[in-house]
Design a protein around this ligand. Structure first.
Ligand code: NCD
Length: 320
């Protein structure tokens, strides 16, 4: 099997072959999830703990369903009411949970790098469900699966990522993944919302959305991450929609069969016109949600296989 990772902390450390392995396995879970009885026991006996230090609708419920459909014992820690509120550090919380012998830990945290730090302190597999503006690997993987299914390939596509790139871990993970797969990537948005050093990333930059969208095969819209902004990055929401919001007129410049994506949560009328988001001929936003469950099942499955192999090897004194 060509998936060797112990944790899934980012796309950065995955090889293209590992990405393909994960997406191929996710396809099998798409089929399982479309059956009436959606159950497998590949994680039976394992404990999965979801720790979300930031609000989440899609990602948390998706990881919960994924673990349950694979037969794991799944626990959701409510970090809003946990001892974190009493001042406990991330590491102390992690060590406490580690003592309960989890096998899979799914973590979302507002600080970039927090999940990597935590992974060093525990002896189970860790999945990053989004850390600050750093990475959100399962989002990029579910986006990749959605694109591959809609376009029949994951290479040689022109992909426009639009909006608040600077604060977006979704954009970062997607940039890395789609770059590894040899696509042409365009970043579109106001210069105030472009990350530093973006010019060295091998991407094309556009401030003019009409230019940036011309001929694109995939249009990926992003939310304005107001919770990560500490000042005025945009003139006004009205002006923002006018210049960088996706509407029918701007979308008409993209390839005739271009697909529209959004990781959610969406702000209709700010970065995307509601009718486009709901247009089943263009928008694959609901497919992204469906692929999310399958991709997370594949990630949990692959990490559990590696964990078992590592523990088995340790028990018999063999180095892996
Ligand atoms: C994204 C996130 O949390 O990074 N949402 C998600 O995981 N579906 C994007 C966002 O919050 O805008």
């Amino acid at each position: 099997m060509s998936f060797r990772a112990r944790h899934l902390l980012g796309i950065d450390h995955l090889k293209p072959a590992e990405i393909v392995t994960l997406l191929d396995l996710a396809e099998e879970y798409v089929a399982l999830n479309r059956r009436t009885v959606k159950h497998s026991d590949v994680l039976a006996g394992l404990t999965q703990i979801n720790m979300f230090f930031e609000n989440s609708t899609r990602t948390q419920s998706s990881f919960e369903l994924a673990g349950k459909r694979l037969g794991a014992d799944v626990m959701n820690m409510s970090m809003q009411t946990s001892s974190v509120k009493k001042g406990e550090t991330l590491i102390d919380t992690a060590l406490t949970l580690n003592a309960m012998q989890p096998d899979l830990l799914v973590v979302r945290h507002p600080n970039s790098g927090a999940v990597n730090l935590l992974a060093e302190k525990v002896n189970c597999a860790v999945i990053n469900a989004g850390d600050g503006r750093h990475e959100h690997p399962t989002q990029a993987l579910l986006d990749a699966l959605t694109i591959r299914r809609a376009k029949g390939r994951l290479q040689r596509l022109t992909i426009a990522i639009c909006g608040d790139i600077a604060h977006s871990r979704v954009a970062r993970s997607n940039l890395i993944l789609l770059g590894k797969m040899e696509n042409r990537i365009r970043l579109i948005g106001p210069s105030t919302l472009m990350p530093a050093g973006v010019k060295d990333m091998g991407v094309e930059l556009y401030e003019d959305m009409r230019e940036g969208l011309t001929g694109a095969d995939v249009v990926m819209m992003l939310r304005l991450q107001r919770e990560r902004m500490d000042g005025g990055f945009i003139p006004s929401e009205r002006e923002y929609f006018h210049r960088w919001g996706l509407d029918a007129e701007k979308l008409a410049l993209a390839a005739p069969d271009a697909i529209v994506m959004h990781p959610g949560p969406m702000n209709r009328g700010v970065e995307i016109d509601g009718t486009i988001a709901d247009d089943i001929n263009r928008s694959v936003i609901q497919d992204q949600v469906e692929m999310g469950v399958a991709v997370r099942m594949a990630a949990l499955d692959l990490l559990a296989r590696n964990l078992r192999a590592e523990r088995g090897a340790k028990a018999s004194g063999v180095m892996v």
